[in-house]
Design a protein around this ligand. Structure first.
Ligand SMILES: [Zn+2]
Length: 119
């Protein structure tokens, strides 16, 4: 990883094991020189892969990484907070990855279905 991304300055990671779905990790790292967003777009995805070579990844994303589109239909859904999703779904479409004014990542999302991919 050090040579792929550049010089690693620091890394913070937490692996979560939840009741449903796959274990997953939250990783924050700083590398030098800073990465271009175009490089991040091909390394980290919040999209449903269309590449036939990634068919296995596609099926896992569709099975484990999708937020329900019906999330606001039931008042008792855990994400439904007064008619608004507590987790921010659906996310806005974005042609490239960027940062918002608070430094949070806005991932590239190309299609309507990508708006429901957990990241
Ligand atoms: Zn929701």
């Amino acid at each position: 990883m050090r040579t792929y991304f550049g010089k690693l300055v620091y890394i913070v990671r937490v692996v979560e094991f939840q009741y449903r779905g796959l274990p997953h990790a939250h990783i924050v790292l700083k590398v030098l020189p800073e990465l271009l967003f175009a490089f991040i777009d091909v390394t980290i995805m919040a999209r449903i892969p269309n590449d036939p070579e990634l068919a296995d990844v596609r099926s896992k994303v569709l099975k484990y990484n999708m937020h329900s589109k019906d999330h606001l239909k039931k008042l008792r859904n855990r994400c439904n907070k007064k008619g608004k999703c507590a987790f921010g779904f659906p996310f806005d479409l974005a042609t490239t990855t960027s940062l918002d004014s608070n430094g949070r990542v806005i991932y590239r999302r190309d299609t309507e279905d990508d708006r429901y991919v957990a990241s």
